[in-house]
Design a protein around this ligand. Structure first.
Ligand SMILES: [Zn+2]
Length: 118
């Protein structure tokens, strides 16, 4: 049975029990929520030393989301063959973005909305 990640275009290729998948989805949502709060803090605090620490924390959160996605083999299915994805802070505002390795790439915001890649 195929499992689908919520955002259209991202699909999990590894079968997992519904409970495990729900736990992974919940953990991912928590990581992305913390990331959004850190991003907001960074925008409100222009101190470069503080924003550097926040960026480091967001990098770690992005690496965690990437690992969670990889654990169920989530891939972008908007082009063939399906592509692995990578989540990290991207763009001028350091927003968390999931990006595939297609050429041209597809991107999703931390909230799971399909966006133009930054
Ligand atoms: Zn793609």
């Amino acid at each position: 049975m195929a499992m689908y990640w919520e955002p259209a275009g991202l699909q999990a290729f590894r079968d997992t029990s519904g409970t495990v998948f729900d736990d992974l989805r919940s953990a991912t949502a928590q990581l992305l929520d913390v990331s959004a709060r850190l991003s907001s803090l960074a925008r409100e605090n222009p101190d470069p030393s503080v924003s550097a620490h926040l960026a480091t924390a967001m990098d770690a959160l992005g690496a965690s989301v990437t690992a969670l996605f990889a654990s169920v083999d989530i891939k972008c299915t908007l082009a063939e063959p399906p592509s692995e994805v990578d989540t990290r802070p991207r763009g001028p505002d350091n927003e968390m973005v999931t990006k595939c390795f297609h050429e041209p790439a597809h991107c999703w915001s931390g909230a799971g909305k399909y966006v133009v890649c930054p």
